[in-house]
Design a protein around this ligand. Structure first.
Ligand code: A3P
Length: 290
């Protein structure tokens, strides 16, 4: 396995294997019953996937233990070198309704998702924690470019040069479209603050109604501690040539505010000044400095 270079698709840097298969990804036609979980990488995708799967299986942990995360939730655009199956080939072998994962920015998602009014949950995480999490992920993901030194990584994030592009454009793109396309916009920080409230929000969005005890059980099963120990959710099944969890575990810290351990005062100043500029046209209620 090698560290894939990034290639731009309509201005967005993507792993070269995704760019090489772009036409087939664009041509994907979802079923109206499919559920899309969209995120910028490291915003809490896996957490929400697990919640949705448990909701759909009435909190039954045995049902959700049927396979590891990447097999249960096809990753729409993912392409590895053969023989590892692509997201599209996994989708072909699975009957709807499916829970599909994407990191594509709104404008690159195949139009069929919006035409078919597929339910879409977008998870967003405050920029600084998202950046710190991505930095560790890029160290251990041996198929993305190496992160390089921390100070340079911050600049790459600010300039939108990491895989899947600009965090700023990503969170703004889905925010702008959320009403028109009935997208549920969820914040990682809200999930940490009150997981039950957010599980219930997701449940109502999916037109489901489960009892109090089942929801309590789902909240427990999707706590950071439970998921870190769950081999079907912690990516321990991912082969080492792709993820090397001895460098940094996939379930790393699961906290809000870890960024304070990484940013120097000068980096905070630089980042915040730039953040104001990049986010001035958006009114997204991020709770950034917590
Ligand atoms: P950290 O690196 O900050 O620990 P994604 O699933 O989008 O790749 O996001 C991974 C991030 O979400 C990691 O953040 C991971 O620890 C965190 N995460 C995963 N499951 C979680 C949970 N149940 N509770 C809190 N954070 C979780």
């Amino acid at each position: 396995m090698y560290r894939f270079p990034l290639i731009k698709v309509r201005g967005v840097p993507l792993r070269c294997y995704i760019a090489d298969n772009w036409d087939s990804i664009c041509a994907f036609r979802p079923d109206p019953s499919d559920i899309l979980i969209a995120t910028y990488p490291k915003a809490g995708t896996t957490w929400v996937q697990e919640i949705v799967d448990l909701l759909r299986h009435n909190g039954d942990a045995e049902a959700t233990s049927r396979a590891p995360t990447p097999e249960r939730f096809p990753f729409l655009e993912i392409h590895y070198p053969p023989p590892i199956p692509s997201g599209l080939s996994r989708l072909k072998n699975m009957d709807p309704p499916r829970v599909i994962k994407t990191h594509l920015p709104f404008q690159l998602v195949p139009k069929g998702f919006w035409e078919n009014k597929c339910k879409t949950i977008y998870v967003a995480r405050n920029a600084k924690d998202n950046l710190v999490s991505y930095y560790h992920f890029d160290k251990m993901t041996l198929i993305q470019p190496e992160p390089g030194p921390w100070d340079g990584y911050i600049l790459k994030f600010m300039k939108g040069e990491l895989a899947w592009g600009s965090w700023y454009d990503h969170v703004k793109g889905y925010w702008k479209e959320r009403k028109k396309n009935n997208i549920l916009y969820v914040f990682y920080e809200d999930m940490k603050e009150n997981p039950r409230r957010e599980v219930e929000r997701i449940m109502h969005y999916l037109d489901m109604s489960l009892g109090y005890d089942v929801i309590s059980h789902i909240v427990e099963l999707t706590s950071f501690k439970s998921m870190k120990e769950n081999p079907m959710a912690n990516y321990s099944s991912m082969p080492t040539p792709i993820f090397d969890q001895s460098i940094s575990p996939f379930m790393r810290k699961g906290e809000v505010g870890d960024w304070t351990n990484y940013f120097s005062p000068a980096q905070i100043q630089m980042f915040d000044d730039d953040y104001k500029r990049q986010m001035m046209d958006a009114d997204i209620p991020f709770r950034t400095n917590i």
